[in-house]
Write a protein that binds this ligand. Structure first.
Ligand code: SF4
Ligand code: SF4
Length: 164
């Protein structure tokens, strides 16, 4: 797994143009059963991928924190919302709350998330490969294949399975 993760930026770069073309075609004519196919590809991949052996998303990119995330996690720590924001978050260029530092402060050395039960929605949904109308998040997915080995494999399987 570690080798794969280290090679991922290069592998993703090599596939970049191919992926861009594939998603452009997919977007213009998505198959009717795309949601179904994506759920199957996602489930197959995550049946064999152990995120605890990876945690590359938590190590290299942080999630966005919605207002609800902030309230829930601050409550978990018995902190005031503003106190939590001051301690852990900053506003990014789009005015969204993100972590002040990566790797994520809440990631343990054993790759467990210290706030797993209350983690941000974006963490729960990452890498979004079971998202309905998957063709709508192609730009995000093209970025995610350089970070997430599971997303990389899922996109490779998509290209074999879906003829565009
Ligand atoms: S979601 Fe992807 S990047 Fe994150 S831990 Fe799982 S396999 Fe790794
Ligand atoms: S909150 Fe948890 S799941 Fe989300 S990035 Fe941090 S360690 Fe990973």
């Amino acid at each position: 797994m570690e080798n794969f993760i280290n090679n991922l930026p290069k592998l993703a770069k090599d596939k970049h143009n191919e992926n861009k073309k594939f998603f452009a075609k997919l977007k213009s004519k998505p198959p009717k059963n795309l949601d179904y196919v994506m759920q199957e590809l996602h489930d197959n991949e995550f049946n064999k991928t152990d995120c605890l052996e990876c945690a590359n998303c938590c190590k290299t990119t942080g999630p966005l924190f919605t207002d609800k995330d902030v309230e829930r996690i601050a409550k978990h720590f018995k902190m005031k919302t503003q106190q939590f924001i001051n301690q852990y978050l900053r506003l990014d260029e789009d005015n969204d709350y993100v972590l002040q530092t990566v790797p994520c402060t809440f990631l343990g050395a054993d790759n467990y998330c210290a706030i797993y039960d209350v983690r941000p929605k974006a963490c729960r949904e990452y890498p979004h490969t079971d998202r309905k109308k998957f063709q709508q998040i192609s730009n995000l997915t093209i970025k995610n294949v350089a970070i997430c080995p599971a997303a990389y494999n899922i996109v490779e399987e998509m290209k074999k399975r879906i003829k565009v």
